[in-house]
Design a protein around this ligand. Structure first.
Ligand code: SF4
Length: 313
């Protein structure tokens, strides 16, 4: 999932679209070759589009994504590419798109669809950079190889918890496939980074350090980010919001084992000096071409990072 899923109108709009286009999913199972798309989101400050594929195999208690449930229009890859091209032409810019972030929900659930989508984004649309945001559960070795061969540039993978009982309690499933996905990504040399949400009392600093130790055993150069839990956006308020000091302590703990560790809120400008940070604007486009504008205020808090990029995957 991503940090721009939380619009109050999104669930209503996507539900409308699901009702309108819902015949392919009325039994809860999509026809082969179709994936539910509730909306896409065009950046108005960068040549980038976020593609949201709905539905998820996890049931995270602190999930803040309305796209966790299968909502939106069932689309083929061809229909989604047309939707992107039409939206870009109508709403966006004179400059062509350069990058796409594929997110959800959980976008890996239909392997053939995702690989075909990545391939077409690179070959047909001509994007320079395509990234994937995933919980990693379904990424076995052949899937990782297929994504790399299709041209995927980078993966952002969440490790929700290292202790399996905590992971099962929080998501409903084991973390073993997720940890294996980290190994496969490293083995296949597909660029990736890992994120964990710090949730006091659920995923604490010691758990962050366990994840860092695991990652360091795979490769101490793996980029790792500690993300702040924001209970106001969560389905279940399973934890309080961690303080800046707690985030910093978690970053320091992970930094004992890993070289590239960052902390803070998901998807913020972390290398730019505060005075250089600008409000980011997106336009969300629904399959019926209705839109909604989203503004993310700049994040000015002083934080300490070793390495980070801006929303670029
Ligand atoms: S992986 Fe968890 S947080 Fe992400 S969409 Fe699925 S249930 Fe929500």
């Amino acid at each position: 999932m991503n940090m721009i899923d939380t619009s109050p109108n999104m669930a209503h709009r996507a539900h409308f679209v699901r009702q309108h286009f819902g015949s392919a999913e009325s039994s809860g199972t999509l026809l082969k070759g179709f994936v539910d798309v509730p909306f896409i989101t065009l950046s108005l400050t960068e040549p980038c589009v976020w593609l949201t594929l709905s539905g998820c195999n996890f049931k995270c208690r602190g999930c803040f994504s309305s796209a966790r449930d299968p909502i939106g229009e069932p689309m083929t890859v061809e229909r989604l590419l047309d939707f992107i091209e039409q939206s870009t032409r109508v709403y966006n810019r004179d400059t062509p798109l350069e990058a796409a972030v594929i997110t959800g929900g959980e976008p890996t659930q239909d392997r053939d669809f995702l690989i075909d989508l990545v391939r077409n984004l690179k070959m047909r649309v001509g994007l320079k950079h395509v990234s994937l945001s995933t919980n990693g559960y379904l990424l076995d070795r052949s899937y990782v190889k297929g994504l790399k061969a299709a041209g995927l540039d980078v993966v952002k993978l969440d490790i929700k918890a290292y202790t399996n009982s905590v992971h099962k309690w929080y998501t409903g499933l084991s973390n073993r496939p997720v940890l294996n996905a980290v190994r496969y990504l490293s083995e296949c040399k597909l660029d990736f980074r890992v994120e964990t949400v710090l949730m006091p009392g659920v995923v604490d600093i010691d758990e962050i350090e366990r994840i860092a130790i695991f990652l360091a055993q795979v490769d101490p150069q793996i980029r790792y980010k500690v993300v702040r839990f924001t209970p106001g956006e969560a389905r279940e308020k399973v934890a309080r919001r961690p303080s800046d000091d707690e985030i910093q302590l978690a970053v320091d703990s992970a930094s004992k084992h890993l070289i590239n560790v960052a902390g803070g809120k998901a998807c913020v400008q972390q290398f730019a000096a505060p005075e250089q940070r600008e409000a980011k604007k997106w336009i969300r486009v629904y399959p019926d071409m209705e839109t909604e504008t989203i503004v993310a205020k700049p994040f000015f808090k002083k934080e300490s990072f070793t390495k980070e990029t801006i929303c670029s995957f």
